[in-house]
Design a protein. Structure first.
Length: 250
């Protein structure tokens, strides 16, 4: 069997419009319209979270594509009108509407889609299996990568892992948070959302903590690409944490 090439580590944050970043991450005087362009010059990925709150237009996805470097990758957070349903298996029409809203305009910059499950929803094998059946492997000929983010401890079980492997879906690993940290690897890429930045740490984390996360991410690259996001926590420090991790990688 041929040896798989080591994957890349993409590092970023959630979104790019956040007032406390102006003057600390973004240069003073930078217009809001230029923030994505600036952020993508300092980071290698961003998780789009505006898609969680509502559908975006095809022209918007195209604009995001055009404003970012060639090697930049977006992850996309699936919308709440799909993920906050009482029964996820009944979200097919909304799911289709989301996927056809213009995602393909991101081109090769379209990375994984994060399907985040409500923290109050516990594992129901039949429901989750039916939901995973809804996720297409391709969109207009482009292979899709799906990541499911459970936030209830009942998902930390082998039956769920087997379903994820069967449907070729990653399980999001939550780090330094109140959510369960599930480290099962089910596909040839990894998706991490790390939520422990501290306001009193200039780079969000201590050097030792950043080194530990870097080492962990590097252990995952033999399995494929790693998508690593600093999310929540002391959000004002997340860009500094991401840049520090990228600097350590280089």
């Amino acid at each position: 069997m041929a040896k798989r090439n080591a994957g890349k580590i993409f590092v970023g944050i959630g979104g790019w419009n956040f007032a406390p970043w102006r003057g600390s991450f973004y240069p003073k005087g930078l217009t809001q319209a230029k923030e994505l362009q600036f952020a993508s010059s300092k980071l290698t990925s961003i998780e789009i979270n505006s898609t969680f709150y509502g559908l975006q237009k095809p022209a918007t996805f195209q604009k995001w594509h055009d404003e970012t470097p060639d090697e930049f990758v977006f992850s996309v957070k699936a919308p709440r009108f799909v993920m906050l349903r009482k029964n996820l298996a009944e979200g097919g029409p909304g799911l289709k509407r989301f996927l056809e809203s213009g995602l393909r305009n991101l081109g090769e910059k379209l990375g994984p889609i994060n399907w985040q499950i409500d923290a109050n929803k516990s594992f129901d094998a039949r429901e989750i299996a039916a939901f995973l059946e809804l996720l297409p492997r391709k969109l207009e000929g482009h292979a899709l990568r799906h990541a499911l983010e459970p936030r209830h401890k009942s998902f930390d079980n082998e039956e769920f892992f087997a379903l994820a492997r069967k449907h070729e879906v990653a399980i999001v690993e939550a780090g330094d948070s109140d959510h369960p940290r599930i480290q099962a690897r089910t596909v040839p890429f990894s998706y991490l959302r790390v939520m422990g930045t501290k306001a009193d740490a200039p780079k969000g984390y201590t050097p030792a903590a950043l080194a530990s996360w870097l080492k962990h991410a590097q252990t995952l690259t033999p399995e494929g690409d790693v998508f690593f996001y600093f999310i929540s926590g002391a959000k004002e420090r997340n860009p500094q944490a991401a840049m520090a991790l990228l600097e350590a990688l280089q």
